[in-house]
Design a protein around this ligand. Structure first.
Ligand code: SF4
Ligand code: SF4
Length: 438
C-alpha cells in the first residue's frame, strides 16, 4: 500500500531464502500456507541408556524398530492419504513459481536443476543387484581359462579394502568408509511395500560421500542450488554403479543403493565418515554437510573403519544456526537431543535431534524445489581453507570456545544465501570458448 509506512517485499528481488520468516519475532512473515512456527514436539523420557559396543548410536531398544521406506516423506506423498501433502508433488505449483520471475527461478534455472537428476532418475543399472555386463569379463576369464564367476582370492583384506576405496575415489567419491552391515539400518520394505531382503552372506557396507558444488548450493533454495543436489545424486548413481560393477568383476556380489534400501546417515556414521548434526544430516570433518551419500553392500572381505567423534554434539548444543536458517522452522531448538520426532516419518528410539520432515516438505512444495538452507548454513560446511581446518581443531579440543565460533561464523556472513544470478556469471564458465564461437 502506497505510503502506508509498512515494509513491502520487492517480488522481483525476493529469492524465498526464508530468512525473514525465521527472524520475525511475531511470526508475521509467512510462506503461503505455513502460518505458524511448527516447533518439534518431542517426548523426553527417562530410560536406561545402552551404548552399543563400539557403536556411536544411543538406542532405546524397547522403542527402536527397523524403519520402512514407505514411511519416508517422499513415499508418503504417494501412499499416505492422511498426509496433508498427499499427492502434492514438489513441482505442483511450478507454473506460478516460474511466472513470478524471481531471480534463480527462471525456466533456464529450472531446466538446469531438473536435468541434473537424469542419471539418478533414469539409469536403472545404478540400482541393479546383478552384473550389468557379462561379455567383457567372460572373454577375459575365458582367456585365463577361468569361469566368469570365479572369485579373486582375498588373502590380504587390508589391501583389498585399500583397492576398493581407491576405485571409489577414481570414480568420483570424496570420502569412502567401510563398516559391517548393521541390518537395523536396512529398511523393512521399499516404497511400494515389498519386503527388502539383503542376502545373509552380504556382510559389509561401503559408504561413499559425493561432494556437491558448494557455490551453486549456496544459492539454495533457488534452482541453481537444486542443481547442486541433483548433480550430486546423479554422480552418486554413477559411482555406486561403477563400484558395484568393479566388485562383481572380482567375482563377488554387490548391491548398490542411493537413498533406497537403507538409512544412509547411520551407515555413514558406522563407516567413520562423520556424526549426526541437529539438522538430522551427516556432518563430516572435511566437507561439513555438503555431501550426498550412497552405498554398496557386498560380501567382498573388507576391513571396517571406526566411527569418529570430533565435537559435533557439543557444538550443535551451542549453535542452532540451522534452526534459525530453516525457512519452515522444521529444525529443533532444543538444547539436547531427544528420543522421538514429531511425525510418522521420524523413527523413534535413537537419541538425536529430529526434524519435522512434514513442514520441511511443505516448504519444498511451496518453493517448487528442494531446499538446502540447513546444509549451507551449518558452520561445518566450508571449503577446505586452512583457517577452517584450524577452527575444526578448536571445536574438537576446546569446546568452551564453541560460542565464539558460532558468533564469528554469523558475523562473517558464512552460510547466507548467495545471489542465484551469480551462477551464470562468466567466472562460472567452464567450457572453453573461442572468440567468434560463443
Ligand atoms: S531442507 Fe533444511 S532448511 Fe530447508 S526447510 Fe527442510 S529442514 Fe528447513
Ligand atoms: S548449523 Fe549448528 S546446530 Fe545445525 S547442524 Fe550445523 S553445527 Fe549443528
Amino acid at each position: 500500500m502506497k505510503n502506508s509506512g509498512k515494509p513491502v517485499v520487492d517480488g522481483s528481488l525476493c529469492t524465498s531464502c526464508g530468512k525473514c520468516v525465521a527472524k520475525c519475532p511475531l511470526g508475521a512473515v509467512v510462506i503461503s500456507q505455513i502460518t505458524s512456527r511448527q516447533k518439534s514436539e518431542v517426548t523426553h523420557h527417562s530410560i536406561e541408556l545402552k551404548q552399543w559396543k563400539q557403536s556411536p548410536h544411543v538406542i532405546d531398544e524397547a522403542v527402536f524398530r527397523r524403519f520402512s521406506e514407505k514411511d519416508t516423506i517422499f513415499a508418503r506423498v504417494q501412499n499416505d492419504p492422511d498426509f496433508e501433502d498427499y499427492q502434492v508433488g514438489i513441482h505442483s505449483h511450478l507454473d506460478v513459481i516460474l511466472k513470478a520471475r524471481r531471480p534463480g527461478y527462471s525456466r533456464i534455472d529450472h531446466a538446469l536443476s531438473s536435468a541434473s537428476w537424469t542419471v539418478y532418475d533414469h539409469f536403472r543399472g545404478a540400482f541393479s543387484w546383478s552384473k550389468l555386463d557379462h561379455t567383457s569379463d567372460a572373454k577375459f576369464d575365458a582367456e585365463l581359462g577361468k569361469s566368469p564367476v570365479d572369485k579373486i582370492e582375498v588373502d590380504d583384506p587390508e589391501r583389498t579394502t585399500h583397492l576398493v576405496k581407491q576405485a571409489a575415489r577414481a570414480y568420483g567419491a570424496v570420502l569412502v568408509g567401510v563398516c559391517k552391515l548393521d541390518r537395523n539400518w536396512i529398511y523393512t520394505h521399499n516404497r511400494k511395500g515389498d519386503a527388502i531382503n539383503i542376502p545373509n552372506h552380504i556382510d559389509n557396507a561401503i559408504v561413499i560421500a559425493v561432494e556437491m558444488d558448494l557455490e551453486a548450493l549456496q544459492t539454495t533454495p533457488a534452482y541453481p542450488g537444486a542443481f547442486a543436489t541433483g548433480n550430486g545424486y546423479s554422480r552418486m548413481a554413477f559411482i555406486q554403479a561403477c563400484l558395484a560393477e568393479f566388485i562383481r568383476s572380482l567375482g563377488y556380489d554387490a548391491i548398490p543403493a542411493g537413498n533406497n534400501l537403507g538409512l544412509s546417515v547411520p551407515l555413514a556414521i558406522d563407516a567413520g565418515l562423520g556424526q549426526y548434526g541437529r539438522h538430522g544430516l551427516l556432518i563430516t570433518p572435511e566437507f561439513g554437510s555438503n555431501v550426498r551419500l550412497c552405498k554398496v553392500f557386498t560380501d567382498l572381505p573388507l576391513i571396517s573403519d571406526s566411527p569418529i567423534e570430533f565435537g559435533v554434539l557439543d557444538f550443535c548444543r551451542t549453535c542452532k544456526t540451522c534452526a534459525e536458517a530453516c525457512p519452515s522452522s522444521s529444525i529443533s531448538y532444543d538444547d539436547n537431543p531427544s528420543w522421538a520426532g514429531p511425525t510418522r516419518s521420524n523413527n523413534p528410539g535413537i537419541l538425536k535431534w529430529y526434524v519435522n520432515v512434514e513442514s520441511c516438505y511443505k516448504y519444498w512444495t511451496l518453493n517448487g524445489n528442494d531446499c538446502s538452507r540447513c546444509i549451507v548454513s551449518c558452520p561445518f560446511t566450508k571449503n577446505r581453507h586452512w583457517s577452517h581446518g584450524m577452527t575444526r581443531f578448536f571445536i574438537k579440543h576446546l569446546p568452551w570456545l564453541n560460542r565464539l565460533w558460532v558468533k564469528l561464523d554469523n558475523w562473517m556472513g558464512y552460510g547466507k544465501q548467495r545471489n542465484p544470478t551469480t551462477f551464470w556469471k562468466p567466472e562460472k564458465e567452464f567450457i572453453h570458448t573461442r572468440k567468434g564461437n560463443q
